[in-house]
Design a protein around this ligand. Structure first.
Ligand code: AMP
Length: 402
């Protein structure tokens, strides 16, 4: 099914063709016509489903079709995202898809200079992508006005709630006109998300492309039982012996991420860490080096990795299991994106078995940890009823060079 059958105009169809998209993804097939028709949308969609184009394309078309002169500091469409990285990526997509339309867009987020953003906002914008905190700063300074917003997008709304942005979001939405179109995207559908939707959306079309709280089917998931103290060694061995070239590794803490990246580097694997204490410049540089293949391993915390769009990322490793089961779904959603196969590996220490069970309940799938010869955990991994940990002797699946 080509993009044009969704009702998108030629300028936008050419832009997606230039990106190499042949056909719309399921979320795009469902969301585009509904958004074009002006309806509110409540969509359950993980990163990797193509959701960004799913809202950006029809949003651009609606703005282009009701084109009007911009008032100083005003904004016609506002996209809120949880992290700087996601804001930058969404804004870049908006600019790219809209390159043949005469629409002005910009992005604002924290951690970078305020004044260049003031300049970008001064003459008004068709599309502003923003993180909540910095947008509030601009509202307070009077450098942006939101009383003419026609379309509001809450992207990765579950993560914005997890990150404690609910009050900021409320304060922002209070400043928007009541008559507007609102689109809410979320990977998980918790009670909090439903409450938010009930408050902000009007008669929304509900779109659900991935089964709720389950992981994408094309991701092969494996777990290995190993002591905490030997995880780094096992990881180095796996990366080296399998000749993995691009591995995103999750660590629980900023400090742990730094230390792990340093140790891997000493093991001869080009590595860097990204987390909230790193400057925006350092994060951007590390991501670019990882994408270009200069870095083999990128170690990230959950928040820093949120929304990272790394094309065809083959492999995600959980060095530490996440404390919150939903984060597992977010993490492994970095691999196997938009129809590509992916692989997710979790290193599970004996005291993380409870966390693993929480994850298994959420994804409704067993991840029985394998034990590798030479890496047997010292305390026996508690076997669960009727399901002992797999016997030693099965090494990790070998992968050819990628
Ligand atoms: P998203 O879920 O928006 O983060 O998109 C995930 C990835 O899929 C991005 O790398 C997009 O560039 C890519 N993508 C989006 N739409 C399509 C499409 N129709 N066909 C192929 N790839 C796509």
């Amino acid at each position: 099914m080509p993009f044009a059958t969704l009702g998108l105009r030629a300028e936008l169809c050419r832009a997606v063709a230039a990106r190499g998209y042949a056909n719309p993804t399921p979320i795009q097939q469902q969301a585009v016509p509904v958004i074009l028709a002006g309806q509110d949308v409540l969509a359950a969609a993980q990163t990797g489903t193509g959701k960004t184009a799913g809202f950006a394309l029809p949003l651009l078309q609606r703005l282009a079709e009701s084109s009007r002169p911009l008032r100083p500091r005003s904004v016609r469409a506002l996209i809120l995202t949880p992290t700087r990285e996601l804001a930058a990526q969404v804004s870049a997509s908006v600019a790219d898809y809209g390159r043949e339309l005469r629409l002005k867009s910009a992005v604002v987020f924290g951690g970078v200079g305020f004044n260049p953003q003031v300049t970008a906002l001064a003459r008004g914008l068709d599309v502003l992508t923003a993180t909540p905190g910095r947008l509030l700063d601009h509202l307070q300074q009077g450098t942006v006005a939101l009383d003419a917003v026609e379309i509001l997008v809450l992207d990765e709304a579950d993560r914005m709630l997890d990150m404690g942005f609910i009050r900021d979001i409320r304060r922002i939405v209070e400043r928007l006109p009541k008559a507007r179109q609102t689109l809410l995207f979320s990977a998980t559908f918790t009670a909090d998300i439903r409450a938010l939707a009930a408050q902000f959306l009007r008669d929304p079309a509900q779109i659900d492309v991935a089964p709720r709280n389950t992981t994408a089917a094309r991701i092969a998931q494996e777990a290995y039982a190993v002591d905490h103290g030997r995880k780094r060694e096992l990881l180095s061995w796996m990366v080296g012996s399998n000749n993995w070239r691009q591995v995103l590794v999750f660590a629980r803490t900023k400090h742990g991420a730094n230390r792990l990246a340093e140790q891997l580097q000493k093991d001869g694997l080009e590595s860097a860490a990204i987390h909230g204490n790193k400057s925006q410049g350092a994060r951007t540089r590390a991501l670019a080096a990882f994408k270009s293949g200069e870095l083999r391993v990128l170690v990230a915390t959950d928040i820093a990795a949120r929304g990272l769009d790394i094309h065809q990322l083959p492999l995600v490793v959980n060095h530490d299991l996440p404390q919150v089961p939903a984060d597992y779904v977010h993490r492994i959603g970095r691999t196997g994106r938009a129809g590509h196969d992916g692989r997710a590996i979790s290193l599970v220490a004996p005291d993380e078995m409870d966390l693993l069970q929480g994850i298994e309940r959420l994804i409704k799938q067993r991840l029985a940890p394998q034990v590798l010869p030479g890496y047997e955990p010292s305390a026996a991994t508690p076997a669960r009823s009727g399901e002992p940990a797999r016997a030693p002797g099965r090494g990790p699946r070998r992968q050819g060079r990628r």
